[in-house]
Design a binder for this molecule. Structure first.
Ligand code: SF4
Length: 393
C-alpha cells in the first residue's frame, strides 16, 4: 500500500505525515490491519528496538476531585465506587513504588487527584520523591499533580522529579464537551511549564470518548507540536457512575489503528499503551507492543489491570524485552535534548492514567458505537495504595 510505504519512510526520517495521511490510517479496513501494524512496527523498531519500558502508577490521593472531567471516576459528583483517600505518606508511597520497581518498572508515576497542587502539596510530593529515589536506585519519577502554578515545575525538578505528566486528552475543539472546570489552554500551559523547567514532558490522549477521526488527528498533531517525550494513549474505561459510562466506542482493531497513527505522527517518542488496554484490546494486546514501546505495569489509578506476571509473560511471548534501568529509553537525539522534553525534537489536571470501536467510518464522522461493550472487564481497584492488600506488580 503506497500510504504505508510513505508513512514508514517518513517515520524513519522523523518527518511529519500530512493530516490526510494520518486520517487515512484511521480509515483503513480490518483487512489491512496487519499491514498497518507491520508498517508502524518498522518505525517503532527503528527508534526503540524490541524494548518495552514498564511504568508503575502510584495513586497518592484518590477521588474527591472538584474538577468535572467526564471520563474520570474521581470527578466531582462521580458515583463510581472507587477507593477514596487523602495523601499517602512518603513511606507508604515509597513502599508502593518499590513493588512496581521489583516487578520491573523503570519509571514510577506519582499521581494525585485535584485541579492542581498547593505549594504545601509540592512539599509533600518532594519528600515522597526523595524517599523513592533513596530506596530505588536509578528509578525515574514522574509527577502528575494537575495544573501547575508558577515555579512549581522548577520546585519539582529540584526535588528530583524527572518528568511531569499532564494529558491534553482530546482535541481543542471538543475539550469543552468533556470538561468545563478548566480549559484546553490551561492544559497546554502546564505541559509547557514542565518543559520549560527541564522536566521531561509527558502528555497524551484518551480515545473512545465519542470523538471523530478529525479530533483524534487534531490532538495527536497538537501533541507533536508540544513535543513531549512520552505520549500515553488511553482508551476510555467507561466507568459506571460517570457521564461517559455508556461510551463503548472502541474495538480492538480500532484501538490498534489509533496506536499506529500515533506512532506515525510521533515516530521517535515514547508511545505508552495506557489505561483501557485490557478492556478494549483484550486478546490483541500483544499486537500493540509492535506500536507502543512502553506500558503501565499492574493496576491503574482506580481500576485493576491484568496481573503484572501476565504483562511480563505477554512481553516475552511476543518477542520483546523489558527495558532495564541501565538503558536510555529515548533515541540519542531526543535523550540529549531532554538533558535540555512528539515532534522531531531536534528537529493531563492529573492524568487519567488508565481510569478512565471495525468497519471504517466516513471521514469527519465518529465511528458507530461498537456492540462489544464489556463492562464485565472493568474492575474497581481494591488493592495496593490506600489499602491493606498487596499491590499488583
Ligand atoms: S482527571 Fe484529574 S482533574 Fe479531572 S476529575 Fe479526574 S482527578 Fe480531577
Amino acid at each position: 500500500m503506497d500510504l504505508l510505504n510513505t508513512l514508514v519512510d517518513k517515520g524513519l526520517r522523523r518527518e511529519l505525515p500530512t493530516r490526510a495521511e494520518a486520517l487515512a490510517v484511521l480509515a483503513t479496513s480490518d483487512d489491512d490491519l496487519l499491514d498497518v501494524v507491520a508498517a508502524a512496527g518498522k518505525v517503532r523498531r527503528q527508534w526503540f528496538g524490541r524494548r518495552v519500558k514498564l511504568n508503575y502508577l502510584v495513586n497518592l490521593k484518590s477521588g474527591l476531585c472538584p474538577e468535572d472531567c467526564s471520563y474520570c471516576s474521581q470527578r466531582l459528583g462521580s458515583k463510581a465506587e472507587i477507593l477514596k483517600y487523602t495523601w499517602l505518606k512518603p513511606d507508604e508511597a515509597s513502599e508502593a513504588a518499590a513493588a512496581g520497581v521489583a516487578g520491573g518498572a523503570k519509571r514510577v508515576c506519582l499521581v494525585a487527584s485535584g485541579r492542581g497542587p498547593t505549594d504545601r502539596d509540592v512539599d509533600r510530593v518532594s519528600k515522597t520523591i526523595a524517599a523513592i529515589k533513596e530506596q530505588n536506585e536509578g528509578v525515574e519519577v514522574c509527577a502528575c499533580l494537575g495544573l501547575l502554578s508558577e515555579g512549581q515545575a522548577e520546585r519539582l525538578r529540584e526535588a528530583g522529579a524527572d518528568a511531569y505528566n499532564h494529558n491534553l486528552n482530546t482535541s481543542e475543539g471538543t475539550y469543552g464537551d468533556i470538561t468545563t472546570t478548566h480549559t484546553y489552554a490551561d492544559r497546554v500551559d502546564t505541559v509547557q511549564k514542565a518543559h520549560d523547567a527541564g522536566l521531561s514532558a509527558c502528555s497524551g490522549l484518551i480515545a473512545g470518548m465519542g470523538e471523530s477521526d478529525e479530533d483524534l488527528v487534531d490532538v495527536v498533531f497538537a501533541l507533536r507540536e508540544l513535543d513531549p517525550d512520552s505520549v500515553p494513549v488511553n482508551f476510555l474505561i467507561p466507568f459506571e457512575g460517570t457521564p461517559l459510562a455508556k461510551e463503548w466506542n472502541l474495538t480492538p482493531q480500532r484501538a490498534l489503528r489509533i496506536l499506529a497513527m500515533v506512532r506515525f505522527v510521533c515516530p521517535d517518542v515514547e508511545v505508552r499503551l495506557a489505561g483501557g488496554r485490557e478492556v478494549h484490546l483484550r486478546t490483541l494486546q500483544p499486537l500493540a507492543l509492535h506500536l507502543a514501546n512502553s506500558i503501565f505495569l499492574g493496576d491503574y489509578l482506580t481500576s485493576e489491570g491484568q496481573a503484572g506476571k501476565a504483562d511480563l509473560d505477554m512481553i516475552a511471548d511476543a518477542g520483546f524485552e523489558v527495558e532495564g534501568t541501565d538503558t536510555t529509553t529515548l533515541p540519542k537525539h531526543r535523550a540529549d535534548a531532554v538533558a535540555g522534553g512528539c515532534g522531531s525534537h531536534g528537529g493531563g489536571a492529573c492524568a487519567p492514567c488508565g481510569d478512565t470501536t471495525g468497519e471504517t467510518a466516513p471521514e469527519n464522522e465518529p465511528e458507530p458505537a461498537a456492540s462489544g461493550a464489556r463492562p464485565d472487564l472493568v474492575a474497581v481497584r481494591r488493592r495496593g495504595a490506600g489499602t491493606d492488600l498487596a499491590p499488583n506488580a
